[in-house]
Design a protein around this ligand. Sequence first.
Ligand code: ZN
Length: 129
Amino acid sequence: MDAEEDALYREIILENWRHPANRGVVANPDFDVERDNPLCGDHIRLTGKIGGGRLANIAFTGEGCAVSIASASLLTEAIKGREITDIAKLSEQEAIDLLGIQPTPARTKCALLVYAALVDALRQHRERI
Ligand code: ZN
C-alpha cells in the first residue's frame, strides 16, 4: 500500500469516527449486547431488530478510540438490511477489511470489538427463538 492510499484509509477512519453511522439505541430490540476492550478502554453497546430473516435495523452507542468507533460505524453500515445467514458467515478478517488498512496487533482488538459484539448479538437472537 502506498502512502497516498494509506492516508485515504486514515481519512475514512477519522470521518467515521467524527460522524459515525447508525449511532443510537434501537427501541424494543431483538438483541442488546455490550462489549468492552479493557486494553484500550473501548466500550460498545449494539441493539437491533431482526425480521423476516434480515437485520432490519442496528445501532450502536459507546465510547472508544477512533478505530473502535469507526469499525462500529463501518460494520453496522455493511450489514444493515442483509440476511442473518449471510451476516453469520462474516469473518474477522472481512470485518477488519472494512477499515481498508490492517491495524497494528494492539489496534486489532479495537477493530474487532464491534465484531465480537455482533457474534454475541446473533447468539442472543438464536437463544430467543
Ligand atoms: Zn481502542
